[in-house]
Design a protein around this ligand. Structure first.
Ligand code: SF4
Ligand code: SF4
Length: 377
């Protein structure tokens, strides 16, 4: 575990934390609480933000938090690329190579995992890492009637090593006590158990020796780790001058359809009055307007939807004034009439990158609701 924060910050500008999560597990709130904790109770300065792959439950969420001494201004507001503490809110995310980006021998990792999953998580570790810790956050959250985020907050306090349990209890009271007083007691219990029960994970002996050797001479012992090493070399700090990252913060090449949870907007073109409200409301680049004629007037006309970019949030359905967009069950519309890939972008489906840990859910139990405001489809 880490030493005192003064000791850590005497060797580096910031103490940096990255949260890797899935929408719905509360990582955003956890990140805010960690930032407030630093400012209110640790006499530090802090800055942080979250980034969302999508605006819905089930899609990737990252939190980035930096600490530095109280008198120092934080001038770096970019994502955390080389974390001191990496917190993974779901064991499934450990299979994603991107989650491990920037890990080094100074990175401590905490993973929320279910009982019996330790070995499979250890197999996903990169070659070079500080310590890896696990906590059965889901079970603790269920038993204490709390949420995974407070359990992880407790575990983080323990592994950071410079945070008193009472300080995190207090930030939990400050933050959750006001908003959800009835849930405070359970959340405090969850937090305490996260603090108490987080444990170091033991690697297999051969994996351990591989890692030790790798960390001694800076090499990576297998191909997967070599790939990780290559990715680390192409961060913003190391890319060649003039280099372009075509995917930075962009969903242009991402296939966002895994974010949908069974529903799609269905376009009923004959009802459309081309008001453009759907296009203004949609958080992504779904609606395809082109010059055309409507009511004998030349204007921009809604041609259809690029479903690769549709996250299924249904905001367009809510906003359409004439029910030209209605909610439909995706499984019942395999052909997706008016599916129009964006004409200005790369259109080869193979080129799209699958985004999101969530699957395309088609279970009958999830899709019991068939009635759609504004009409059946
Ligand atoms: S909001 Fe409805 S009516 Fe307006 S352009 Fe979009 S689909 Fe057509
Ligand atoms: S459901 Fe509608 S608003 Fe939401 S992403 Fe899809 S097209 Fe855009």
């Amino acid at each position: 575990m880490a030493g005192s924060i003064e000791q850590i910050l005497s060797n580096q500008d910031y103490y940096e934390i990255r949260l890797e999560s899935i929408g719905g597990l509360g990582a955003n709130l956890c990140g805010k609480m960690v930032g407030e904790l630093a400012v209110r109770y640790l006499d530090l300065n802090s800055a942080g933000f979250s980034s969302y792959g999508s605006e819905k439950t089930g899609t990737p969420v990252k939190g980035h938090i930096r600490f530095c001494p109280a008198g120092k201004e934080i001038r770096v507001h970019s994502p955390v690329v080389a974390p001191d503490l990496l917190v993974i809110f779901h064991q499934a995310l450990t299979r994603d190579k991107g989650v491990w980006k920037g890990c080094s021998d100074r990175t401590n990792v905490i993973v929320a995992l279910d009982q019996g999953q330790e070995e499979s998580v250890m197999q996903n570790l990169p070659a070079v890492i500080g310590g890896c810790y696990g906590v059965n956050a889901r079970q603790i959250a269920m038993e204490t009637k709390s949420r995974i985020n407070v359990v992880m907050l407790g575990a983080m306090a323990r592994i950071m090593g410079f945070v008193e349990l009472e300080s995190v209890r207090q930030i939990c009271r400050d933050s959750l006590g006001r908003k959800y007083p009835a849930a405070l007691e359970g959340n405090l219990r969850g937090l305490e158990q996260g603090y108490e029960l987080v444990q170091k994970l033991q690697a297999r002996k051969d994996a351990d020796s591989d890692r030790e050797a790798a960390s001694r001479d800076g090499r990576c012992p297998d191909r997967r780790d070599k790939e990780l090493e290559d990715q680390r070399e192409w961060g913003y700090a190391t890319a060649p001058a003039g280099g372009v990252n075509p995917r930075s913060g962009s969903t242009v090449t991402a296939d966002l359809s895994p974010s949908r949870q069974g529903y799609i907007p269905i376009f009923i073109k004959e009802r459309c009055i081309n008001c453009g409200l759907c296009d203004s409301t949609c958080p992504d680049m779904v609606f395809q307007f082109a010059k055309g004629v409507f009511n004998n007037r030349e204007m921009m006309v809604n041609q259809g939807l690029d479903y690769y970019h549709c996250k299924g949030c249904m905001r367009c359905v809510d906003v359409c004034p004439v029910n030209a967009l209605v909610r439909g069950i995706e499984a019942e519309h395999p052909d997706k009439q008016y599916f129009m890939p964006n004409q200005d972008m790369l259109r080869t489906p193979d080129y799209y990158v699958k985004a999101g840990p969530d699957g395309y859910i088609t279970s009958e139990s999830y899709l019991t609701e068939k009635r759609i405001e504004g009409g059946e489809v």
